[in-house]
Design a protein around this ligand. Structure first.
Ligand code: URA
Ligand code: SF4
Length: 187
């Protein structure tokens, strides 16, 4: 299925309680043929208002990180675990994440990225293991059954709260950059 069709289907979704508080569904943005996909947690205030992921303060930091890694934002695809903003930006519950994940699976099946970056604990726990610790798992490649290389790292919002996380995130993105460059040279 095409991303446009999936996005049409998601309109009006009330599969979880987050539907009540949203202004816009934040489906995802980027290259439908992206080799690299970034997955965050859920829309914040700015994202909810604009309907685009990672456009607020955390998004601006993400843009800087991508630029430093020589990765063009328009070449990748960016989405979140939940597509509607949780009240006061709280972490989405497991139930909400589970209700929304089928949309993300469809995005992954359509785009078929070869590298996936998990931005923060919510993405890691809902996609890999509910009790996974981002502090322990960041910086090391995981591989999905279908051979996707997965890099967990801290969420950019966590960097804004704690600048000590900048160095590890940059190390993680250097690994992503190297792998991404390899892919680009192969194709
Ligand atoms: N934080 C996220 O996890 N996703 C966004 O889109 C914005 C902020
Ligand atoms: Fe539907 Fe996801 Fe929004 Fe819940 S968060 S209403 S599952 S689109």
């Amino acid at each position: 299925m095409s991303l446009e069709l999936i996005e049409k289907e998601i309109q009006g979704c009330t599969n979880c309680g987050l539907a009540a508080g949203r202004t816009n569904i934040v489906f995802g943005v980027g290259n439908p043929k992206a080799k690299l996909m970034l997955i965050g947690e859920g829309p914040g205030k700015d994202e909810d208002l604009q309907g685009i992921p990672f456009v607020g303060a955390a998004g601006q930091l993400l843009d800087k990180i991508l630029e430093a890694a020589e990765i063009k934002r328009q070449d990748v695809y960016i989405a979140n675990i939940v597509k509607c903003r949780p009240p006061n930006n709280r972490v989405p519950s497991r139930k909400e994440a589970k209700a929304c994940l089928p949309w993300l699976w469809q995005q992954l099946e359509t785009i078929r990225p070869q590298i996936v970056v998990l931005l923060g604990s919510t993405a890691l726990q809902n996609l890999i293991k509910p009790d996974a610790k981002i502090t322990q798992m960041r910086g090391q490649w995981l591989e999905s059954k279908s051979g996707i290389k997965i890099m967990p790292t801290y969420h950019p919002a966590a960097l804004l709260r704690d600048p000590r996380r900048k160095k590890p995130v940059w190390e993680d993105f250097q690994q992503v950059r190297d792998e991404y460059k390899k892919l680009m040279n192969e194709s």
